[in-house]
Design a binder for this molecule. Structure first.
Ligand SMILES: NC(=O)c1ccc[n+]([C@@H]2O[C@H](COP(=O)([O-])OP(=O)(O)OC[C@H]3O[C@@H](n4cnc5c(N)ncnc54)[C@H](OP(=O)(O)O)[C@@H]3O)[C@@H](O)[C@H]2O)c1
Length: 223
């Protein structure tokens, strides 16, 4: 396993939800973690600022990107393509920008772990943006794992996970949505952020894992 003690990791999206749990999981293992998001002054859509931000961080070992949970839904004929493009700009292009800006600073033996989502490979009407955006990210992960080798590049693909991404829903609607989803899933539960964070730890630690998409979705893809 890649030793984590005293490693440095950057978690973009580390101020909330899955990213915060990844940051906690790494810190418990002695990793120095830099948690970044717009709340800390880092916006993945601002390319020049992103490059300067990585220069200011200096060398580090592991890049994790979990940012970009919002995307417009609705039937495709009526989909707001500008809103879809804006979602792509954060999650897809933002991840790509972060990887490109980070590469010069990632030490030998380091890794990159991006975030997809189960809709990448589950065709569900009304989810064009998430499906297309996450499928593009998964293809990118495999290409970059090949092109950037020996730097390892992976993605974690969460299923429905109980995070702040659903904070805008009224509490009763959120609870009903989560329990209905849990009842449909083979695992019988919706993931907690810690369940998903364990997948990032696996991808970061295991020196033989690259070009891999790790599904942590309660079985959503086989239901
Ligand atoms: N939760 C689920 O059910 C689920 C299911 C499948 C896939 N996923 C994927 O898992 C990832 C994490 O989701 P989550 O549920 O943990 O979401 P979350 O709780 O909403 O957290 C998203 C994080 O991204 C940051 N962020 C958003 N826009 C940003 C920007 N332009 N620049 C920098 N940081 C930005 C947010 O902080 P600021 O607002 O401060 O910028 C926040 O820290 C996402 O990629 C999501 O698509 C989640």
């Amino acid at each position: 396993m890649t030793p984590l003690h005293k490693a440095r990791a950057i978690v973009i999206g580390g101020t909330s939800g899955i990213g915060a749990s990844v940051a906690d999981t790494l810190e418990v293992r002695g990793v120095e973690v830099i948690r970044a998001s717009r709340a800390t002054g880092l916006d993945l859509t601002k390319a020049a600022a992103l490059v300067n931000w990585f220069k200011a961080q200096g060398p580090f070992d592991h890049l994790i990107v979990t940012a970009g949970s919002q995307a417009p839904g609705g039937t495709f004929p009526a989909l707001d393509l500008d809103a879809a493009g804006a979602a792509f700009d954060v999650k897809f292009w933002g991840s790509v920008r972060a990887v490109q800006a980070a590469i010069p600073f990632i030490r030998a033996g380091g890794s990159i772990t991006l975030t997809s989502g189960f809709l990448a490979r589950r065709t569900t009407p009304g989810t064009f943006t998430k499906t297309a955006m996450n499928a593009a990210l998964e293809a990118t992960v495999k290409l970059l794992a090949n092109e950037l080798a020996p730097l390892r590049v992976n993605a974690i693909s969460p299923g429905l996970t109980d995070t702040e991404a659903y904070a805008a829903l009224p509490a009763d609607k959120r609870a009903a949505m989560l329990s209905e989803a849990a009842a449909r899933l083979p695992a019988g539960r919706v993931a907690q952020p810690q369940d998903v964070a364990a997948g990032y730890l696996f991808a970061i630690e295991n020196p033989s894992v690259t070009g891999t998409i790790v599904d942590i979705d309660g079985g959503a893809l086989i239901a």
